[in-house]
Design a protein around this ligand. Structure first.
Ligand SMILES: [Mn+2]
Length: 191
């Protein structure tokens, strides 16, 4: 169990993460963000209890970003303890009208490519521009390369959820234990 707390003047986020499964419960005060992060954890097969609160009332931006940074830090710590993992994973996931692709390198190389557009500005308290910001923040704090591409879609809820399901399933593969480091360097550096 990895526990991470992140507190700034803007937010307070507490996360407890288990790589090998367990209960998933996310409460950020932003209903659609809860839904997306719970989807990510469930499909990734990780246990995650995460609570975030906004200390200074502004908008959803800081909570979304800091939730991603805290989850990423928990994943980074969990992986540095776990040792070798498969490292790479990918998935293409449909959700009715929407089809999303995600590919991950969970190997200490922070980078994010996000290609998806939305035709609504907000769902359930979450500005949809923060979906991209969330995934970028997660990639940088976890030390993962994450590519996400929405191949097509119409319903904005389905589009965002398909992205998080695909990312979750890609992570499920990438986080599987492996006998030796997936790198010609002989080890994966977690900075
Ligand atoms: Mn920001």
């Amino acid at each position: 169990m990895i526990e991470v707390e992140r507190r700034t003047r803007e937010t307070e986020v507490k996360a407890a993460l288990q790589l090998v499964g367990g209960e998933v419960d996310v409460e950020t005060g932003i209903p659609f963000l809860n839904h997306l992060v719970e989807t990510l954890a469930k499909y990734a097969g990780i246990g995650l209890k995460l609570a975030a609160k906004q200390l200074k009332r502004v908008d959803d931006h800081h909570v979304a970003e800091d939730t991603a940074l805290t989850l990423g830090e928990a994943l980074r710590r969990a992986l540095s303890e776990r040792g070798a993992v498969k490292r790479f994973g990918y998935a293409i996931v449909p959700m009715d009208d929407s089809l999303a692709l995600a590919a991950v390198d969970a190997g200490g190389r922070p980078y994010a490519v996000f290609e998806a557009t939305f035709t609504r500005s907000e769902i359930g308290g979450l500005a949809l521009e923060n979906v991209k910001h969330f995934i970028e923040s997660l990639a940088y704090s976890a030390g993962f390369t994450i590519h996400v591409k929405l191949l097509h879609g119409f319903n904005n809820h389905h589009k965002a959820e398909a992205v998080f399901k695909a990312l979750g399933l890609a992570l499920r593969q990438a986080l599987q234990a492996e006998e030796e480091a997936m790198s010609l360097k002989g080890e994966v550096k977690w900075r």
